[in-house]
Write a protein that binds this ligand. Structure first.
Ligand code: UT7
Length: 330
């Protein structure tokens, strides 16, 4: 009996800038302390990209994937870039990335769902591949959060960092790869996590800039509560309807927003803490890049057939969970 065609991740890549912004550095910039940041968020340091755009990191992550997998970029059909910090509002970052990496037979576009961008992108990429429409989809999550952070606002500047990660989706005939998802959104979120100016509600002006309205603002406490309950609920939904127990999950791959959010979400889903993957201590919250950076950092631990449960929550609000079977031994 044929299992049919699924879409699997067959390669990963990553890039983070060399420059480190430590908690000690932040102590010099705002009224905060290493102890407060570590205990409230689990973050020790983040990476900062200077004088270059988001596409620079996306290109490096894609090149890293191409090197690690030896694929010919000309065989890529589509380049998707999930990002909340595109190079420019118009001129898709993905089009530039595709050209720069030599994916000359591909088309490219950006996908924006804030911190859920990569998770939603996985669904989009997998749907294109499993439908038979395209063979090779390169999905990149990249964000230069330092370009939208106010480094005098201690409630946001301690959390975010810059980085990029990439995965390749290809057809699979063994039933491995993307299995199921539960995604939701709620427009109530735009009150709690937003950049007020620069869009069509409030186009950029000298006044919006002097008011600091081009920076990201959030009501951290509210975002925290919504994130835990919704990520846990989404992961539980995916597990229940596929008759998976917490024991069946080999790795829990949560968006890296705050170590306390990760731990509380994992606890609610019943997944053993040892299966919960985190690198937030080194990179902070890199928005659309958190999930592929986890995949790159922990790839060596994944075995063919392992069940990975992803969960993410972000601006909008947007959130969800997805179940993927790992397709190769590295
Ligand atoms: O990916 C989606 C995007 N964002 C998130 O997921 C963020 C979700 N939220 C969070 O991670 C947390 O809410 C924060 C890390 C942003 C804040 O942690 P918290 O435990 O919720 O702190 P809080 O906002 O309740 O603030 C507690 C206290 C306040 O002082 P008072 O009013 O109790 O005197 C804050 O003013 O901590 C103060 N505070 C700080 N103190 C030192 C806030 N930020 C800082 C800081 N350093 N950086």
């Amino acid at each position: 009996m044929s299992i049919g065609r699924t879409a699997a991740i067959t390669a990963v890549g990553a890039y983070v800038p060399d420059e480190v912004l430590s908690n000690a550095d932040l102590e010099q910039m705002v009224d905060t302390s290493d102890d407060w940041i570590s205990t409230r968020t689990g973050i020790s340091e983040r990476r900062m990209l200077k004088d270059k755009p988001t596409s620079f990191m996306a290109i490096q992550a894609a090149k890293n994937l191409i090197e690690r997998s030896s694929i010919d970029p000309k065989t890529i059909d589509l380049v998707l870039v999930s990002t909340a910090t595109p190079d420019m509002l118009i001129a898709a970052t993905a089009a530039h990335v595709a050209t720069e990496i030599g994916a000359t037979n591909a088309f490219g576009y950006d996908l924006q769902a804030a911190c859920s961008g990569f998770l939603y992108g996985m669904s989009t990429a997998a749907a294109y591949v499993s439908s038979g429409r395209y063979q090779r989809v390169l999905l990149i999550g990249a964000d230069k959060m330092s370009s939208i952070i106010d480094y005098s606002d201690r409630t946001t500047c301690i959390i975010f960092g810059d980085g990029a990660g990439a995965v390749l989706f290809e057809p699979n005939e063994e039933g491995l790869g993307f299995q199921d998802e539960y995604f939701r959104s709620d427009g109530i979120g735009r009150k709690h996590l937003y950049i007020k100016a620069g869009g069509s509600i409030l186009p950029a002006s000298a006044e919006t800039v002097s008011n600091g309205q081009h920076f990201l603002r959030q009501d951290g406490k509210t975002v925290f509560k919504f994130a835990v309950s919704n990520m846990a609920n989404a992961a539980t939904k995916v597990m229940e309807r596929n008759e998976l127990t917490a024991n069946d999950i080999d790795f829990f791959v949560p968006h890296q927003a705050n170590k306390r959010i990760i731990d509380a979400t994992a606890q609610r889903t019943g997944v053993d803490p040892e299966k919960v993957l985190s690198n937030i201590s080194s990179y902070g919250n890199t928005t659309a890049a958190t999930l592929p950076l986890i995949l790159s950092d922990f790839e060596h631990r994944f075995q063919k057939g392992d069940n990975l449960m992803f969960a993410a929550f972000g601006g909008g609000f947007t959130w969800g969970a997805a179940w993927l079977k790992w397709a190769y031994n590295s």
